[in-house]
Design a protein around this ligand. Structure first.
Ligand SMILES: [Zn+2]
Ligand SMILES: [Zn+2]
Length: 133
């Protein structure tokens, strides 16, 4: 998959009725580049240039959720985490490490239940490879 350009991202935002501000494009870019759900603090650390205050980043995250470009979930530690809701990321379970709190996306086929078309919002709990060492 080729990486969408900033122009693609701006078009994405406009399609959903959002103004394509610099902060919004930067926040959307962070979510797209991530391979796991990110907390608000993670996004603040990763956002390019870092010239946006935390409240701006938060407002933009919730805007993206409102229009369906991102999804927000609580993985059991009462911290909202955000991830891009692109086609390939839909409908999958998550693994949460009880030691370090890392949340990882599991491939859609990781959780299969007979008679269920797709499983959504399952949180598997355990210890990640890094913490098990
Ligand atoms: Zn861990
Ligand atoms: Zn995920």
């Amino acid at each position: 998959m080729t990486k969408p350009s900033d122009a693609d991202l701006r078009a994405n935002l406009r399609e959903r009725g959002l103004r394509a501000t610099g902060a919004r494009v930067a926040v959307l870019r962070v979510l797209l580049d991530a391979d796991r759900p990110l907390s608000h603090a993670d996004v603040c650390d990763l956002v390019e240039g870092g010239g946006f205050d935390r409240a701006t980043v938060y407002r933009n995250l919730t805007d993206l959720v409102d229009v369906g470009l991102a999804r927000r979930s609580d993985h059991g530690d009462h911290v909202w985490r955000f991830e891009h809701s692109g086609a390939e990321l839909h409908e999958h379970a998550h693994f949460v490490c009880t030691e370090c709190g890392t949340v990882a996306c599991l491939p859609p086929e990781a959780v299969k239940v007979e008679g269920v078309a797709h499983v959504q919002d399952v949180h598997l709990r355990g210890v990640c490879v890094t913490c098990a060492d």
